[in-house]
Design a protein around this ligand. Structure first.
Ligand code: FAD
Length: 477
């Protein structure tokens, strides 16, 4: 059986069966769960992808689409507990060879790309054309466009540009039976029927394999000022955000909140000293300017921003801060934020939550959840950071002496955090997706009608349940 499957796949596309490489690609992005698979298939075109899907459908083989394997929710790797028989019918489909940027259109402001293009490569190509592709996240050197779209990734510029879904115009998808769905329309307006494109964005490889996309580009800013500011107390984040937003309008492009614990972890991992006396909460924010300098307003804008910050410091909302003077300064400040996930992982990791609530309820949610956690688990150590501007936090929990403490109590900790978030009208999967990690929690917490409709869609598009089974929703084939 596996011999037939492998033989057919080998004729259709590049195939890797070396057990070490298959094993390596089957380890989840956090390095916590070792999955099992038979082989890796690496198609180099839509046609090859379609042929691979047809073969897998005939053999009822599971197909796990994989881009950069940066998933934080066990989305892109097979299950660890497959039987030998199941593992012998499980194929990782890597998009690495679908890696061409096919077109940059500076008039329509769009890029046509294959799904395996690395996010950072697209950002570079857009910059070379005098544009930006604004989606930016710490994993951008590894994450690939198909994965970014399949998880509806967010990142640090959602505040201004929205998440992946708002940056995609067209899509090409290979369905579970090998049919190619061509939705490659470079249109900003198209009301010709149901929006199938948006169904596949955020579907985490469970409804189809994305092979191409048409993405929106944006004008490049002329300059940005990055501010790192220490808050007097957590509640001051609301004052700072509302004052800055009123002052800058859409020029406020990122607004990140960072707790003391993750900031100290990254400072120590990178051998850097704190840029000022740290308080419990720090904000990192970007303010951009566009167009040429002919309006002569740069100096006035600068003075007004400095007045605003002086005012906030006088009120005690901000206790210290740094304002970047150059792009190199800005990058050095952002390196702190982007270094957090890697530094925490090297320090042993923690129990991760990726949650969102309305921005106006974030402060109360943090305070209430931290109080509940410490009451039940006195040795737990919250390590919170994330996209305050989007109401989205990485509400991660380690242990005072060792991360093992949090892992020991993982299920109960997860329940406390998720229940608090849901009570505040929030979501337990804000930007990383559901993967395998949150399926049970989704089943516990989602509205029954919504879950049933999701299952019905899955059954319609993948009746044999071969595409990334066990992710997002569980359905009996
Ligand atoms: C250090 C770090 C920082 C991060 N920061 C952020 C952040 O700020 N904001 C944010 O939103 N996310 C963040 N993430 C998560 C990250 O956005 C996603 O993991 C990433 O976008 C997925 O891309 P990938 O190519 O690695 O996909 P993979 O991890 O390989 O796959 C992710 C999911 O997409 C599916 N998939 C992959 N390719 C395809 C395809 N072509 N067709 C259909 N399905 C496919 C997989 O089956 C899987 O379900 C971060 C992750 C890390 C490790």
């Amino acid at each position: 059986m596996s011999d037939d499957l492998l033989g057919e796949l080998r004729r259709a596309a590049s195939l890797v069966t070396d057990p070490d490489r298959v094993r390596e690609a089957s380890l989840d992005g956090r390095g916590r769960r070792q999955g099992r698979a038979l082989a890796i298939v690496r198609p180099a075109s839509t046609e090859e992808t379609a042929e691979v899907l047809k073969i897998c459908a005939r053999h009822r083989a599971r197909v796990i689409p994989q881009g950069g394997n940066t998933s934080n929710v066990e989305g892109a790797t097979p299950d660890p507990d497959l039987t030998d028989r199941e593992a012998a019918r499980t194929i990782l489909l890597q998009t690495h060879r679908l890696n061409r940027i096919l077109e940059i259109d500076p008039v329509n402001n769009t890029a046509v790309v294959e799904a395996g293009v690395v996010l950072a490569d697209l950002q570079r190509a857009a910059r070379e054309a005098g544009r930006i592709f604004p989606l930016s996240l710490a994993a951008e050197g590894s994450a690939r466009i198909g994965g970014v779209l399949a998880t509806n990734a967010g990142g640090v510029h959602v505040l201004r540009y929205g998440s992946a879904r708002s940056l995609v115009l067209g899509l090409e998808v290979v369905l579970a039976d090998g049919r190619v769905l061509n939705l490659m329309r470079a249109l900003r307006k198209d009301n010709s029927g149901y929006d199938l494109r948006d169904l596949f964005v955020g579907s985490e490889g469970t409804l189809g394999v994305i092979t191409k996309a048409i993405l929106k580009l944006e004008p490049a800013p002329r300059a940005r000022r990055t501010l790192l500011l220490a808050l007097g107390r957590l509640a001051d984040v609301e004052t700072l955000f509302t004052r800055l937003e009123a002052h800058c309008g859409p020029a406020l492009e990122a607004f990140e909140l960072i707790g003391r614990a993750p900031l100290e972890t990254v400072l120590s991992a990178e051998g850097r000293t704190a840029p000022f006396e740290l308080t419990d909460w720090t904000v990192l924010t970007d303010i951009c300017t566009y167009g040429d300098t002919s309006d002569g307003q740069d100096d006035a804008r600068e003075a007004a921003l400095e007045d605003l910050l002086t005012d906030l410091m006088a009120a005690g909302a901000v206790t210290a801060g740094i304002l970047s003077r150059s792009e190199a300064d800005a990058q050095s400040l952002w390196a702190l934020r982007e270094g957090i996930p890697g530094a925490v992982k090297r320090a042993g990791g923690n129990v991760k939550h990726d949650v969102s609530v309305p921005r106006s309820r974030l402060v109360e949610t943090i305070e209430r959840t931290c109080a509940l956690l410490t009451e039940h688990f006195p040795q737990c150590a919250p390590s919170i950071f994330g996209h305050y501007g989007d109401g989205n936090l990485h509400f991660n929990i380690g242990g005072v002496d060792s991360p093992a403490y949090a892992f020991e109590h993982e299920a109960q900790i997860r329940r406390i955090v998720h229940d608090a978030v849901l009570a505040a009208g929030g979501s337990i999967a804000a930007e990383h997706g559901v993967g395998a990690m949150k399926v049970a929690e989704l089943e516990r917490t989602k509205d029954a009608a919504e879950l049933e409709l999701m299952r019905a869609l899955k059954r319609t598009l993948d009746p044999d349940g071969i595409l990334n089974p066990g992710r997002v929703v569980r359905v009996e084939p």
